[in-house]
Design a protein around this ligand. Structure first.
Ligand SMILES: Cc1ncc(COP(=O)(O)O)c(C=O)c1O
Length: 382
């Protein structure tokens, strides 16, 4: 069988999926909740899982979180979409990072939203450019919200610094613009101290916070949530017409997490950190003279910058022929521009495939070059 090296999709590690624990949890949940399962869940969803997610937030952020301020969603993507539907009409403008999650780009585009991107640097979104961007847009194109991937940004892995978080909130509040903080990866954490989530830093009532179970457990469960304050909370939930999310999935996961989310999450993160290090070490061995890449303290991706003289079409062809898959930078650019970046997802890739796949990718990059010019950059952004 031909070997494939699949660094394309942000998935969790199948090797650590807790099969036995899930089976036991499913058994117990079905028995315990048989009556509730014969009903519709309602727009907030399973109370037990909401309480556990409120505790997850509260323990991470050190502030109280009310389970009734949380609505469970069919993955956080449903929250991304409902929020955009509730706050915009076609032709409206939204500010986000210049490179952001491809799923969000697709959703916003199909809703007719015009995305205005702020560049990234090592501290995340360039919030120092926000005020001038708002001036430039003026009253007619005033953004309906700012979408920010504050912690372990997808695709770049950056963490927005504390100072920038405060600056972002302050500018948004002054201009009365809601912020949508998507913290999908916040608990896929390897080392260091994370700055607080925006909602934990401020009383600004227009911070809408999205989180997920896809990255700390499994995307197949389709469980995520929205945390917001009235009236925005209700305004967003008014867009919901599905009678609530999957109650069985929520009940099983609530049972699985009876002792909290951290023991399982910490266990998963250990193996993910090993994989991240294998990617980063492999790149250091192979591409030090040519490329720059992130070494994220969390999340599921390494973001790699390659020389301008790489022929992107040729790189795609060479990699496809050698069964190496990655996500090209253009997928994450709000205007799909072909920038010289690519994203490597490592969460689900077996360790030996990382070890063997990175040298093959490196060879593809070298062969796709159209010159022998020396390295022109030191970091990912300058
Ligand atoms: C930044 C970001 N937000 C949201 C999502 C959607 O995740 P889910 O709907 O599985 O919770 C993803 C998935 O990759 C993501 O990267």
């Amino acid at each position: 069988m031909t070997r494939s090296f699949d660094f394309a999709v942000g998935r969790t590690n199948p090797e650590t999926f807790p099969v036995d624990k899930m089976q036991r949890a499913a058994h117990a949940a079905i028995e315990r909740e048989s009556e509730a399962l014969t009903n519709y869940p309602g727009r907030l969803g399973h109370p037990g899982l909401r309480a556990i997610m409120a505790a997850r937030e509260s323990e991470r952020e050190g502030v109280p979180v009310d389970p009734d301020a949380i609505a469970l969603m069919n993955g956080s993507m449903q929250a991304v979409t409902l929020t955009a539907e509730a706050l915009t009409v076609p032709g409206d403008t939204v500010i986000c990072e210049e490179f952001t999650y491809s799923g969000t780009i697709g959703a916003y585009r199909s809703l007719g939203i015009e995305m205005v991107g702020l560049p990234l640097d090592n501290d995340g979104m360039r919030v120092d450019l926000l005020e001038t961007t708002l001036d430039r847009l003026g009253a007619t194109r005033k953004p309906k919200f700012i979408y920010a991937l504050t912690t372990y940004q997808n695709p770049s892995g950056t963490v927005m610094s504390n100072a920038r978080r405060k600056q972002l909130i302050s500018i948004a509040e002054n201009h009365d613009i809601p912020i949508v903080e998507d913290n999908c990866y916040g608990d896929v954490h390897f080392d260091g101290v994370k700055p607080p989530a925006l909602y934990a830093l401020s009383d600004y009532a227009k911070i809408i916070y999205l989180c997920s179970l896809s990255k700390i457990l499994a995307p197949g469960l389709r469980l995520g949530y929205l945390l917001a304050r009235p009236p925005l909370f209700d305004q967003i939930l008014d867009r919901r017409h599905d009678a609530g999310g999957n109650y069985l999935a929520a009940a099983i996961v609530a049972e699985l997490y009876r002792d909290g989310v951290w023991p399982l999450t910490d266990h998963f993160n250990e193996s993910l950190c090993v994989k991240k290090n294998l990617v980063v070490d492999g790149l250091a061995n192979e591409l030090d003279d040519l490329c720059a890449w992130s070494n994220p303290a969390g999340g599921l991706f390494v973001w790699l910058r390659y020389p301008e003289d790489v022929d992107q079409k040729k790189l795609a062809e060479l990699a496809a022929a050698r069964n190496v898959h990655f996500a090209p930078g253009a997928n994450f650019h709000i205007n799909n521009e072909d920038r010289p970046y690519l994203r490597l997802a490592f969460g689900h890739v077996p360790d030996e495939d990382i070890r063997d796949g990175i040298p093959i990718l490196a060879q593809c990059i070298r062969e796709a070059r159209t010159s022998n010019a020396p390295k022109e950059f030191d970091g990912l952004y300058e």
